[in-house]
Design a protein around this ligand. Structure first.
Ligand code: ATP
Ligand code: MG
Length: 264
């Protein structure tokens, strides 16, 4: 595990994601106000804060999912490995293969379990033959802690799984394309405690290779899985720092009120 200092240095020297002065409006609603943040690679960063504070909105800025919302306007600068992701030359579909996303509500494709996971690797040419594709699918399902439940029904529809299983299928689908960044918006809210523990374990494992950003309402979860925590409030990034420090010694009164249960 990386120590606090090296995580800190990496964030300053070479952030995976660097956001500067980001503003987001939905029509008249000013949802994100002047947010600047550096997010380190090989780190789990948690976004916390009361409902409506802008966590999902900011997360969606990182893979341009807000482009799909007609009334949404994003301004400012977001760089991935030093490259502006809002540059006209960037294809949002390619970007989203690099910056994968898992949503709060499971959204499997209306396809078989196998095809849900195989779809991304197929269109991005990650397998040379059926054997390799089978391996990718099995590996992704194992990593998402779904293999044992799914291995005998790979050809059945993904939508026929339970809610928690569907969410793990979506996680398998996201990791199958080997993204560099994985954005997770409350990925465990549809899961029972056992599946949650499995997914948290997976998140910790993914950190070895990826940059993971997770939105969570559970402070226990943020404390368990993340190294860095960002606290949002009314569209502002109020505090960002080492998870241990944010939870034990918050610098801002609003963070303290939230983590002690007085707001939110
Ligand atoms: N598609 C949309 N159209 C209009 N306004 C939106 C849209 N999505 C979000 N907003 C508004 O933007 C603000 C931030 O919402 P966002 O969903 O980012 O909050 P959040 O922190 O993720 O909340 P929650 O914890 O409840 O998921 C809110 O005022 C919300 O009403
Ligand atoms: Mg949200």
């Amino acid at each position: 595990m990386k120590d606090h200092l090296s995580v800190e240095c990496e964030a300053i020297l070479q952030p995976k994601i660097a956001a500067r002065d980001v503003q987001v409006h939905y029509g008249e609603t000013h949802a994100i106000k002047d947010v600047s943040v550096d997010i380190a690679d090989n780190t789990v960063t948690a976004f916390i804060g009361p409902s409506g504070c802008g966590k999902s909105t900011f997360l969606r800025c990182i893979n341009r999912m807000n482009d799909t919302i007609g009334i949404c306007r994003v301004r400012g600068d977001i760089k991935l490995d030093g490259e502006d992701i809002y540059d006209k030359a960037v294809d949002p579909v390619q970007l989203r293969a690099k910056v994968g996303m898992v949503f709060q509500k499971p959204n499997p494709f209306p396809k078989s379990i196998y095809d849900n996971v195989a779809y991304g690797p197929k269109i991005h040419g990650l397998a040379r033959n059926k054997t390799e594709l089978d391996e990718i699918v099995e590996n992704a399902l194992r990593r998402a802690a779904l293999w044992d439940e799914a291995k005998d029904r790979l050809n059945q529809p993904g939508t026929g799984l339970s809610g928690g299983q569907q969410q793990r299928l979506c996680i398998a689908r996201a990791v199958a394309t080997a993204p560099e960044v994985l954005l997770m918006d409350e990925p465990c809210s549809a899961l029972d405690p056992i599946a949650t523990a499995q997914v948290e374990e997976l998140i910790d494992e993914l950190r070895q290779n990826y940059c993971v950003v997770i939105v969570t309402h559970s402070m226990q979860q943020a404390a368990r899985v993340s190294q860095r925590t960002a606290f949002f409030h009314l569209g502002n990034l109020v505090e960002f720092g080492d998870t241990g420090q944010v939870f034990t010694n918050p610098q801002d009164k609003r963070t303290e009120s939230y983590i002690t249960g007085r707001i939110g």
